[in-house]
Design a protein around this ligand. Structure first.
Ligand code: DI6
Ligand code: FE
Length: 407
């Protein structure tokens, strides 16, 4: 066997995110070829064929986990909404600010005024914050352009980040995020534009890996979302949905009927919705940053999600309005303190389940034979420490496809 292009890692402790009896492996070895894990197990059982391979690196202390995956962000945008934060602290609601033309639409105005380069530069700073904490894959949504030119600009900026950093980026077209001002009182016309112009164009340019929409009183109705989903299906793109964030619209049930990869937010999700997503294998993406920053009190139905064995992911939702946050580690802690998730559930939520929410669970999110060799070395005593500490970054080193990532 030619062992020239093979890397061998020794690790005192691995958290694999396999969720089985191999969740933790101690005194382990990982063998990597062409960026893929080709062998994993206890060092003492390493097959003889690898005896001649020089050890690439030994992690004698701390823990190795899969690279973290932030499966729901709006990382690319112009401007900032600190003024609205102040208004909300004075008592105005998120919905009423949106109805006055603030909210998402104020970021649309700032994003339309930004050049592609400006969007790349501002998103880069946010991305660097995520990468420093061991994030190796992120999803980025459009949805602050709301016309063909600006949705394309956002998605191109998102794709460009993949060329600049050692990260995998999945892009999602969220053209149905809000009604642009030029379509006031003409929501159906806008949906028509999204279906007939924006979605086919971004798909034609290979700028979208999935399609999302905001199903809400201040967003779009289930009937309108259904038109978006039909178009996505025609184009062969998987769907996701911002659902049940501020009220129960039964968006999750609709999304489940389209085999959505994920439904996201879910504070108002009821048992029927949980059953529906359980049957379709849709991931529940919870966003503790938005829950916290909007000072919500209605908790997502964690116990029902557990009862129906729905995989739960968590993400930053990084965006200027409801979650100006670039720390996935903080979300681990908040998922536990606010949603009573266990530290193990929270870790699965930013690894294997986050990969599922992006439709890439066969390649990423676990330390397992056949998976991409994306992993992080942490200065921690046990995996739970990643959820236990907050405001603390114990990330020592990040590996992407078996190569150390400089940042
Ligand atoms: N829900 C959210 O929390 C983000 N989008 C959405 O549909 C927030 C978007 C924003 O306020 O800018
Ligand atoms: Fe969001």
């Amino acid at each position: 066997m030619n062992t020239e292009n093979i890397s061998l890692f020794y690790a005192a402790n691995i958290y694999t995110a396999q969720g089985n009896n191999e969740q933790i492996i101690t005194d382990a070895a990982i063998v990597v070829a062409k960026g893929i894990i080709i062998w994993l197990g206890e060092k003492s059982t390493l097959p003889k064929v690898y005896d001649s391979v020089e050890v690439t690196q030994s992690f004698n202390n701390g823990w190795i986990t899969p690279g973290l995956i932030d499966c729901h962000t709006h990382l690319v945008y112009g401007g900032n909404r600190a003024d609205e934060f102040r208004k909300r602290l004075e008592g105005q609601s998120y919905e009423s600010i949106a109805r006055e033309g603030g909210g998402i639409i104020s970021t649309v105005k700032a994003t339309r005024c930004s050049s592609e380069q400006e969007l790349i530069d501002s998103a880069s700073k946010r991305l660097e914050g995520l990468l420093a904490e061991g994030v190796t894959t992120i999803e980025i949504k459009s949805g602050y352009g709301l016309d063909l030119e600006n949705e394309i600009k956002m998605l191109r900026a998102a794709r460009e980040l993949e060329n600049r950093y050692s990260v995998d980026i999945k892009t999602t077209c969220l053209a149905a995020h809000a009604l642009p001002p030029e379509y006031e009182n003409r929501a159906d016309d806008y949906i028509h534009t999204v279906c007939e112009s924006i979605l086919p164009a971004v798909h034609g340019l290979n700028l979208a890996d999935a399609v999302d929409a905001f199903c809400e009183n201040i967003g779009f109705t289930t009937a309108q979302v259904e038109m978006i989903f039909n178009k996505a299906q025609q184009l062969g793109l998987p769907v996701k949905l911002h659902a049940e964030q501020l009220s129960n619209q039964d968006g999750s049930t609709l999304a489940a009927s389209y085999n959505a990869l994920s439904v996201d937010h879910l504070e108002y999700l009821d048992e029927n919705g949980v059953k529906a997503i359980s049957e379709s294998g849709t991931v529940a993406v919870l966003l503790p940053g938005a829950f916290y920053f909007l000072r919500e009190t209605k908790l997502p139905p964690i116990n029902l999600l557990r009862k129906y064995k729905v995989p739960i992911a968590i993400a930053t939702d990084s965006n200027p309005g409801s979650s100006p946050c670039n720390s996935l580690l903080l979300m681990l802690n908040m998922a536990c303190t606010q949603f009573s998730m266990t530290p193990d559930e929270a870790l699965m939520a930013v690894t294997h389940h986050a990969a599922k929410a992006l439709g890439i669970a066969d390649k990423q999110g676990q330390i397992k034979i056949g998976q991409q060799a994306d992993f992080v070395h942490w200065d921690i005593e046990q995996p739970e420490d990643l959820a236990y500490y907050f405001g603390n970054n114990p990330c020592l080193q990040v590996f992407k496809k078996g190569e150390v990532v400089a940042f």
